[in-house]
Design a protein around this ligand. Sequence first.
Ligand SMILES: [Zn+2]
Length: 55
Amino acid sequence: MKALKRCNACNTYTLKTACPRCHTPTSSAHPPKYSKEDPFREYRRKALYSDFVEP
Ligand SMILES: [Zn+2]
């Protein structure tokens, strides 16, 4: 099974380890890292939750 990769320089999706357009080494299109959105969302949810429990 081939993993889809993405060029960080020009956002080209490819199955190769280097971008066919700009020859930048590609990285996985689905990195296992947290996105920046997740902690922020969690923070907002906590803020909302504490808003609920506080009198
Ligand atoms: Zn590229």
